[in-house]
Design a protein around this ligand. Structure first.
Ligand code: F6R
Length: 608
């Protein structure tokens, strides 16, 4: 996730900027840069890679002279990690320099308009529209210019801006991305979180969405979105700053679980336009899709489970046969693939060795390839014909949560895109479906409210050695992910079964006290799953059932219940997985295990 810092004061700005950026390193980044205004000119220094090399390049900031500046760590979203794409970005007339965290969702339209007016862009970023817009609308009055430009930006942003005409004024603006202002005697500063501020001051101001601020070395002035001056109260940093990098959570995994509403909305919102899905720069056209007679989804681990959800939803909506394969199997089994096959590979890291090899195998056999990847510029992204990025932000906990959720969200978008291209659904049905997709983030928020209840429930599994998840259709696909989550971080043996398969063998393992977790949210099949629950209950199982609000039929047969909000049955994965991420987290927590780094596992599996 990008990080922002900014400084205006009596000392040299660069030293604070570089130290501040180093404190934001934990957020994940691939490039960094600073811009300092001194002697009427910006000195902009950038690097691909670590802050350390920026420090070396500038002799710890000593060669960059000036008392006001902005800095940025970039986690690539629009455009690969490179010097051109690294922030700060500046306007052609050299008047403005800008750092940005978030996504400007309407940047394509803004960029096209600016380009048609002759503006030359040097980066592939969404951010670069901001300095160009500021330059375009600048009328000598920075406040009205800012009001105008901010009102044009859709999506999310935290912005740090400096302007040559205001040589001691640091400008901060925020909408849906974090930004904190620190006030002190000799300097005023901004940063994405308190870790970068706490060593300078404990007095902070939280900007609300839509607000902006002008900071000088002597004070700060705050404005609402209509540019009316407002008063803001000063808060004190009282909490443990080392916890700030985890956003106040004890572990990255829980922080990332709670980031899911934002990650999903970042992944879907900008791509849903007028009731349809738009994938930028997509080489697969609707026409080409009509020639495809089979889809392979290939991935490993949780990404494979996201692919399972994709299979159910794509087949249901677009009526194309779709197989999901483990990459380690696909790559060696001489699969039947030709130019009429579409291959989708899914990978959070974009570096998984088996997935990359499977992708190359599909390409060699003539298939068009699409990757669903979280890391811009990763090997898998570079090797595939098309990329659909999941905009989850960096995932640090080994067990994926927001990675999976955003992969599943992309599956919905792709299914809707195919349904439109192939005419398998009416436009109005697709628009309704996408409207439901947009409701996912707020419904995830509702599920997250059950955290404390799940913490209590999880205590009962601390001494469990083996348990089972069961479900049908999408509930089964989600069972696979729920089961993996639990086993990888709690070390409890867990298996996921298609509920109808139980009586073909596994039911012999059910005896008094064995926990069976039944997932039963897929509307058309809840009666069938209820019968399976009765079967295991009759053999002494301890049953936990997850179903949709209002479906109380299960209560009689279950020892514990988890409810999720009602949603279109094709979208249940996005809600139903959340309680089990939290539940798994707490089983591991109660057992005192290393939640963020479970034994024997690596975040990125770059060997087969
Ligand atoms: C489980 C988990 C792994 C990954 C798998 C693929 O929580 O994180 O199962 O899903 O190793 O990794 P990527 O998505 O990076 O290819």
């Amino acid at each position: 996730m990008c990080g922002i810092v900014g400084f205006t004061g009596k000392n040299n700005a660069a030293a604070f900027l570089l130290d501040g950026l180093q404190k934001l390193e934990y957020r994940g980044y691939d490039s960094a840069g600073i811009a300092v205004l001194g002697d009427g000119n910006f000195d902009i220094q950038k690097t691909v890679g670590r802050i350390k090399s920026l420090k070396d390049k500038t002799e710890n900031g000593n060669t960059v002279i000036g008392n006001i500046g902005i800095g940025h760590t970039r986690w690539a979203t629009h455009g690969v990690p490179s010097i051109e794409n690294a922030h700060p970005h500046s306007s052609e007339n050299g008047l403005f320099a800008v750092v940005h965290n978030g996504i400007i969702e309407n940047y394509v339209a803004l960029k096209e308009e600016l380009k048609s007016e002759g503006v030359k862009f040097v980066s592939e970023t969404d951010t670069e529209v901001v300095p160009h817009l500021l330059a375009k609308y600048y009328n000598g009055d920075i406040k009205s210019t800012l009001k105008k430009v901010l009102s044009m930006l859709e999506g999310s942003f935290a912005l740090g801006i400096i302007c040559k005409d205001y040589p001691d004024t640091l400008i901060a603006a925020k909408k849906f991305s974090p930004l904190i202002i620190g006030l002190s005697k000799n300097s005023n500063i901004i940063a994405s979180d308190v870790t970068a501020i706490a060593s300078v001051t404990k007095d902070i101001v939280y900007l609300e969405d839509g607000e902006f601020a002008f900071l000088t070395p002597n004070g700060a002035t705050f404005f609402d979105s209509d540019a009316n001056e407002i008063n803001k109260s000063i808060s004190k940093i009282t909490w443990d700053v080392s916890a700030a990098e985890k956003g106040g959570f004890e572990h990255f995994m829980m922080k990332e679980i709670f980031e899911q509403p934002k990650s999903v909305s970042q992944t879907v919102n900008g791509r849903i336009k007028n009731g349809n899905v738009v994938f930028e720069d997509f080489k697969l056209t609707a026409e080409k899709l009509t020639l495809i007679n089979k889809i392979f989804i290939v991935a490993c681990g949780s990404a494979y489970h996201a692919g399972m959800v994709g299979k159910y939803v794509i087949e249901d909506m677009a009526r194309i046969p779709c197989d999901v394969e483990l990459a380690s199997e696909f790559r060696y089994r001489n699969p039947i693939v030709d130019e009429k096959t579409l291959t989708i590979v899914i990978s959070q890291s974009g570096e998984t060795a088996d997935t990359l090899a499977a992708l190359n195998e599909a390409k060699r056999l003539g298939s068009h390839t699409i990757s669903v990847v979280n890391v811009v510029g990763s090997s898998i992204a570079k090797a595939s014909d098309d990329v659909i990025y999941t905009w989850a932000g960096p995932e640090i906990a080994v067990a994926t949560t927001k990675g999976y959720s955003t992969q599943v969200a992309v599956m919905y978008l792709f299914a809707a895109w195919c349904a439109k291209a192939l005419g398998t659904m009416k436009d109005s049905e697709i628009a309704d479906f996408l409207q439901e997709v947009k409701s996912i983030p707020e419904k995830i928020e509702e599920v997250l409210l059950q955290k404390d209840k799940l913490k209590e429930m999880a205590k009962k599994q601390v001494n469990t050695s083996s348990l089972f998840f069961i479900g049908r259709n999408l509930d089964y696909a989600i069972s696979l992910e729920a089961s993996l989550k639990l086993k990888e971080i709690s070390y409890i043996h867990s298996e996921a079964y298609a509920a109808g398969e139980l009586k073909h063998g596994t039911i012999s393992l059910i005896e008094d006290g064995v926990t069976v977790i039944a997932l039963s949210c897929y509307k058309d099949l809840t009666d069938k799953t209820l019968s399976n629950i009765k079967e295991v209950k009759a053999r002494g199982a301890f049953v936990i059932t997850c179903t949709q609000n209002g479906d109380t039929d299960f209560e009689k047969e279950s020892d514990e219940m988890i409810y999720i909000p009602k949603i279109d049955k094709r979208l249940i994965a996005s809600l139903e997985v959340i309680p089990f991420q939290i539940y798994s987290y707490y089983v591991s927590y109660h057992k005192g295990l290393d939640i963020d780094k479970p034994r024997n596992l690596a975040k990125s599996v770059t060997v087969e």
